[in-house]
Design a protein around this ligand. Sequence first.
Ligand code: P5A
Ligand code: ZN
Length: 479
Amino acid sequence: MAVERKRWQREFGDWFHQVIWESGLMDYRYPVKGCGVWLPYGFKLRNNVLNLMRRLLDETGHEETLFPLMITSDMVKKEAIHVKSFEDQLFWVTKAGDRKLDEELALRPTSETAIYPMMQLWIRSHADLPKRVYQVVNTFRYETKATRPLIRVREISTFKEAHTFHATFEEAERQVEEAVRIYSQFFDSLAIPYVVSKRPEWDKFPGALYSIAYDTVLPDGKVLQIGTVHNLAQNFSKAFDITFENAEGLREYVWQTCYGISERVIAALIAVHGDDKGLILPPGVAPIQAVVIPIPYKSKEAAVTEKSREIKKVLEKAGVRVWLDERDKLTPGSKFYEWELKGVPLRIEIGPRDLEFRNLTLVRRDTMEKFQVPEEEAASRVLETFSEIQSSLSRKASEWLRQRIHQAGNPEEAVALFREKQGIVEVGWCSKERCGLTWEEETGLQVLGIAWGETSLNGGVCPICGEKVGRVLRLGKPY
Ligand code: P5A
Ligand code: ZN
């Protein structure tokens, strides 16, 4: 049975604001613009998502660190292109009480300038390489575009950033591939579909040799960048003088990469899977995976309560994050409504008929499908249903994204396709900046980048200049 997703799509902006708050994830009524409060339920979701990332990074040789929030203006200014593009977004600390600080301090907008001066002290020889660190911190960007919960905030409260250091360019290139593998796995576990594109020259991370971005399409047809991987080459190591002694005893600058994901991933998680009833959380990260709701009836109250508690214990023992909703002032109906809004993947109803037949009634949040399972199979059937929900969410979301990626042979076709279907339009491109900008001018869309690791379109011809070079350019309307 298909779930209604009308409001979710037609009024996505309102739906998104409302669902974040009503489901108990976040409250953005905090008096500082662009800053939000993680509520207890949201905080648990945030932790589960974070732990997924921590596990992936820990497994692949990254070590967690924690660098200070404040940076001096000298540190900020070291890399010229980097500072120029972040300059307008910096928050400055200029006073302590009423005394002006001798040295004004900035809040990190990202942590290159905090981490690299220390690496300059730590990295001595090729034996110290490769080095991979990461941290999960808040960063501050004075965004001037309209702020939006989780999507464009001024305090990025969950910035998961990794920084790596290598002896050769080739090794840094391999690290970029590894980062792409890690992030792909991360988004796959969250059932968030994406495309990976190499950003155009004019839109790469300030200071990078090149940038790779993960994009997904939100219900309103706009594109959200949910993560980036950058090859920094030696641009920062030259600016910060990070050198190592190679096997021949000569000093060389290190090769670097960095990559990061913010709470936008939570925005994507909410947006991609939700429906008109509220959140739908993948079981892998849902704070509560299953909720047990006793359905008391006539004189059967005590027996229903007892059975519900027993099932809760059985599931807990099987490692399920289960909640027993015993609130006696609420009707089962109002409980259903609340847990549906909160996106709990599975509801387990226990009523007199279930007792009689030694059954449990299960209701899947994603499909709202209702079915009975024998009580003695509770744990195995619940776990099995979780993996079905997880793969069904992945399938549905990927299919949804696939339907929003279109191929066009010329600018007019691109405009028509976008007007009708939004999402992402793929076109042929020769890699020349001039033609890329023409694509933007003639379609009113923005270049997202070149399809990463994929081949050609239109027989490899750029429809703008007719040159045969065959890259796939992606266009869309980004957030
Ligand atoms: C990579 C990590 C960096 O900052 N330095 C360390 C590199 N890259 S980035 O592209 O600028 O940011 C990484 C991701 O963070 C998200 N993001 C934001 N999320 C919410 N609010 C913001 N104001 C904001 N700015 C960036 C994007 O998803 C981006 O890909
Ligand atoms: Zn061209």
